[in-house]
Design a protein around this ligand. Structure first.
Ligand code: IMP
Ligand code: MG
Length: 192
């Protein structure tokens, strides 16, 4: 696994190795299985970013479950959230009376998850929880309830394992971060 990679002239450093990610995802899968024993939850992945995490997570879940996907858009091709969340793909499953687990790759401003929570609540699920692989706690613009977190991370721009940079590099097996200085600059620009 390369320690450094360059994408669109930006240099990224390996931050979470494949092994570290897999160990954590396995633990999350086991925990969810224990918590939902005797129930049949529906995992709803948020496309595109969550597809890799979701695929690994559900294979560590050892209870009967169903899956579906929704697609939201907020980033466009930029590194900073635009703050506008729109729905690009609706749900196909029946949510009413079911145990719903939203699967996210990363919670940044919290706006996407907030949007999802409002949307799912309108359909009267029996229960509703959120699992995210990464949580940028300091970047939160609004407080959102997150039930399962893989890793709490600083305000870095990260790529790989489903996360993209202008739609590229989702296929990297590890997670890479933009160098401190560059992330810092971006975060300052974000606050303006
Ligand atoms: P939020 O609505 O600001 O919480 O952002 C949620 C979505 O933005 C995530 O599901 C990701 O798809 C994307 N995102 C947030 N931070 C990053 C990042 O550091 N790298 C790549 N995508 C990100
Ligand atoms: Mg996403």
């Amino acid at each position: 696994m390369n320690k450094y990679i360059t994408v669109h002239d930006d240099r990224f450093e390996l931050y979470l190795t494949e092994k570290k990610i897999q160990t954590r995802v396995k633990a999350l899968g086991k925990k969810v299985s224990r918590d939902y024993k005797g129930r049949v939850p529906i995992f709803i992945g948020i496309l595109n970013g969550a597809f890799v995490f979701m695929a690994d997570l559900i294979r560590h879940v050892d209870i009967v479950c169903e899956i579906d996907f929704m697609k939201l858009s907020s980033y466009g091709d930029a590194k900073i959230s635009s703050g506008n969340v729109t729905l690009l793909k609706e749900l196909n499953c029946q949510v009413e009376g079911r145990d719903i687990i939203i699967v996210e790759d990363i919670v940044d401003s919290g706006l996407s998850i907030d949007f999802m929570i409002r949307l799912i609540s309108q359909h009267h699920p029996r229960s509703f929880k959120v699992v995210t692989l990464l949580y940028k706690k300091d970047a939160a613009k609004i407080r959102v309830p997150i039930n399962y977190v893989g890793f709490v991370i600083p305000n870095y721009f990260v790529i790989g394992y489903g996360l993209d940079y202008a739609q590229k590099v989702r296929n990297l097996r590890g997670i890479y971060r933009l160098s401190d200085k560059r992330s810092d600059k971006l975060n300052k620009a974000d606050k303006r």
